[in-house]
Write a protein that binds this ligand. Structure first.
Ligand SMILES: [Fe+2]
Ligand SMILES: [Fe+2]
Length: 290
């Protein structure tokens, strides 16, 4: 995505960029290396006691539904897998960087933001298992992309506060999606913020692209499917009532269903199961916030 001059000027003035905690960045570096063992991952997570405790609580929660209890990080990695642990750590550390603020702003409630993000992760994970033919998604990657897709918004709220609130007000008054309001009022948007942020974090491209292109899937030349999956999941979240502080849903690209070879029946099943799945998923949010 092309970065506008306004945005470049703006971020040069932002001090103290949000850097990813060392544990999460070490995991990002090693997770896709075939030489990485469960012991390596357990060792890295084990360095942080409070994180380890949260990981264990999550691993034993209804969200993962593991029948026997997981008592140490090593078994958590073996039973749930490296990728699940990676998502957990990324999700928990990013939540920690942008917690549910005590005095929520009138126009941007962080709880609503995180529930929308979690919902998008759940929808993406569900749809990843329903997508037909030729496209193989890693459900965990889908969940992670959905969970982080709007990270640019919370970064704007924290670091570019006045700009973000101008856009929020404009979106509300004119009844338009935030993405469009940001472009009109600020000349940049939360997807560009995510691009700038995640390149400094070193997120792998398949996770970074959905964050950058989820409002404009056709603009990307790569990772079309995971971007479209994230785009559709975001749109469905508005339909499911997780509207991320905004009353207006982003525009749905009409090709989304055909790109993913999804049918109305998949959406009907999603809607039937979503409420109970979301109840389990809220554990993620509660443990992260504890
Ligand atoms: Fe977005
Ligand atoms: Fe969203």
């Amino acid at each position: 995505m092309e970065i506008s001059q306004e945005f470049k000027d703006k971020i040069q003035h932002v001090a103290n960029l949000p850097t990813l905690p060392q544990i999460a960045s070490r995991l990002i570096r090693i997770i896709n290396d075939p030489m990485t063992s469960s012991n390596d991952v357990a060792f890295i997570i084990g360095q942080d006691l409070s994180l380890s405790a949260k990981v264990l609580r999550l691993a034993n929660s209804a969200f993962y539904g593991v029948p026997k209890s997981i008592t140490n990080i090593n078994s958590a990695v073996v039973i749930l897998g490296l990728k699940v642990l990676h998502t957990m750590v990324l999700g928990l550390t990013v939540f920690d960087m942008f917690p549910n603020s005590k005095q929520s702003a009138a126009l941007f409630d962080r709880k609503s933001f995180w529930l929308h993000s979690l919902g998008c992760g759940m929808v993406a994970k569900f749809l990843a298992s329903r997508v037909r033919k030729f496209i193989l998604f890693d459900p965990e990657e889908a969940f992670c992309a959905g969970l982080l897709h709007d990270i640019g918004k919370v970064v704007m709220e924290q670091y570019l506060h006045d700009d973000f609130h101008k856009a929020l007000e404009y979106a509300q008054i004119n009844n338009i999606p935030m993405y469009n309001a940001e472009n009109t009022v600020l000349g940049y948007n939360h997807c560009q913020v995510a691009e700038w942020l995640t390149s400094t974090w070193g997120l792998p491209s398949e996770l970074q692209y959905p964050l950058i292109y989820h409002h404009a899937p056709s603009e990307s030349e790569q990772y079309q499917e995971i971007i479209t999956l994230c785009h559709l999941s975001d749109w469905l979240c508005y339909d499911l009532g997780l509207n991320n502080n905004s009353y207006v849903s982003p525009e749905l690209f009409p090709d989304s269903f055909t790109t993913l070879k999804l049918e109305q029946d998949d959406i009907n099943i999603l809607k039937e199961q979503f409420k109970s799945e979301m109840e389990k998923a809220v554990t993620f949010f509660e443990i992260a916030a504890s």
